[in-house]
Write a protein that binds this ligand. Structure first.
Ligand code: NAD
Length: 440
């Protein structure tokens, strides 16, 4: 059993804290927001993450997890202090380290005995050294400590599964003993552990996210070519994915990647590369292709409906992906902005992110309580997030309730032939329309 402090209770901090408590450790989570901390003490979840509430309540009842706004209550007894604060994009694409620096200062001020500072936030290469320097500078007296970079690879929506079944754990440190002690903490997870130096561990996180974003942008570029040449990108991806060297994951063509990680991390990597005199052309193209994917929705709507002024467009799905309420850099936000700019009226629905969406979009769109309500009287329906409930809809009834039967399937969740049989003018992504192959 270890004493653990986790700083930040967002998607990463809360999952890490609650799961480490569930593994038998004593965990104190520090957060700046008192209302959030007070809510968590009563088992009130600040985010939507399937299964997390149950584990939170179990560990609150067992007295293994605690929440506070005070570093003084959390840091002094800790063997490990995890930093899991946000690292958002700055104004020119750099990672903004203001929260990491603040956490490092607070750790130093409240530390009373040797501990291991574990950085889980995604941070630019060299941040481990920066944290060590800040802590040294603010320690009231000399106390030995080590910094370990332990990048997080969990996915929102399946974060618990990912915590308990990681493909690998990466630990980077200048102090191999500290990395070993952390490896020991994770031993019950029985997964490969890769121990590296600090900078390499920090880079593994950026390189992994950039590669996954590249895979999606690659298939989206292939999808655009498929559309023009009459091939079906879904089958193309299946055929490619069966090759073990390629693999089937992250080959779903669609309106592009978004969320709290890929956009900011690819931008931060481009920024770091450019700053050191590299020319990250591939990464820049990956971002450009992704931006184009959002515009494709607008172009397809204009091809079918002409001028979009005063047209009613229904948006199905607002979260950046299914099973989360996270709307940071969600494709829906870009698509809605583009459509509003053309003078369209928007109706939208999402199974879980409506509260978040209301805060972000205010009265710029009409919020509906179901997919069926979105469809009523619209000129076109656009699927932006592939929630399971959208796959189960009675599409014949949906079509009847629409003003015009235009369906833009931004996630390729429907069978083009079936949709056309129902009477939709159907456009998927990369599914050979224009009468060339699967044409609508
Ligand atoms: P988040 O915005 O959901 O949560 C950050 C939390 O940190 C918030 O609760 C915030 O109040 C708190 N915080 C900020 N400054 C603080 C301070 N000084 N003291 C105490 N609390 C403070 O962020 P997140 O999505 O959990 O991401 C955290 C980090 O993990 C980021 O670097 C992100 O890139 C990385 N990451 C995120 C994911 C993901 O899927 N969300 C996956 C892997 C890695």
């Amino acid at each position: 059993m270890s004493n653990i402090c986790v700083i930040g209770v967002g998607y990463v901090g809360l999952v890490t804290g609650v799961c480490l408590a569930d593994m038998g450790n004593r965990v104190v989570c520090v957060n700046r927001d008192k209302a959030k901390s007070d809510g968590l003490k009563r088992g009130v979840m600040p985010i939507f993450e399937p299964g997390l509430e149950e584990i939170l309540v179990r560990n609150l009842q067992a007295g293994r997890v605690h929440f506070t706004t005070s570093y003084e209550e959390a840091v002094p007894d800790a063997d490990f202090v995890f930093i899991a604060v946000g690292t958002p994009s700055g104004s020119i694409g750099e990672a903004d380290l203001v929260h990491v620096e603040e956490a490092a200062r607070q750790i130093a001020r409240t530390m009373q005995r040797p501990n291991i500072i574990v950085n889980k936030s995604t941070v630019p290469i060299g941040t481990g050294d920066l944290v060590a320097n800040i802590v040294k500078e603010h320690l009231p007296r000399e106390i030995p400590f080590s910094v370990v970079s332990n990048p997080e690879f969990l996915r929102e929506g399946s974060a618990l599964h990912d915590f308990y079944n990681p493909d690998r754990i990466v630990l980077g440190s200048t102090d191999p003993k500290a990395a070993q002690r952390l490896a020991e903490l994770y031993r019950p997870l029985k997964c490969p552990v890769l121990i590296t130096d600090l900078r390499t561990a920090e880079m593994i996180k950026y390189a992994s996210n950039a590669f996954l974003a590249t895979k999606i942008s690659f298939i989206n570029e292939i999808a655009s070519i498929c559309e023009k040449l009459g091939a079906d990108v879904k089958m193309v991806a299946q055929g490619m994915g069966l090759d073990k060297r390629v693999g089937p994951a992250f080959l779903d063509a669609g309106v592009g990647w978004g969320g709290s990680c890929f956009p900011k991390d690819v931008k931060a990597l481009i920024y770091m590369a450019a700053n050191t005199g590299c020319h990250p052309q591939l990464l820049r193209s990956v971002v450009e292709i992704n931006n184009d994917q959002r515009r494709q929705v607008l172009i397809k709507l204009q091809e079918i409906l002409g001028n979009l002024r005063e047209k009613e467009i229904g948006i199905l799905g607002l979260a950046f992906k299914p099973n989360t309420d996270d709307m940071r850099d969600a494709p829906s936000l870009d698509i809605i902005r583009l459509l509003l700019h053309q003078g369209a009226h928007i109706k939208g629905y999402d199974p879980v992110s409506m509260d978040v969406a209301r805060k972000l979009l205010g009265n710029r769109i009409t919020f509906c309580s179901s997919a069926a309500q979105v469809a009523e009287g619209v000129d076109a329906l656009v699927v932006v997030t592939e929630w399971n409930e959208f796959k189960q809809l009675d599409m014949a009834a949906i079509k009847v309730s629409m003003r015009q039967p235009v369906l833009i399937d931004g996630r390729n969740i429907y069978d083009p032939e079936k949709m056309r049989e129902i009477g939709f003018i159907y456009r998927g992504v990369g599914r050979g329309y224009n009468g060339i192959h699967n044409g609508g």
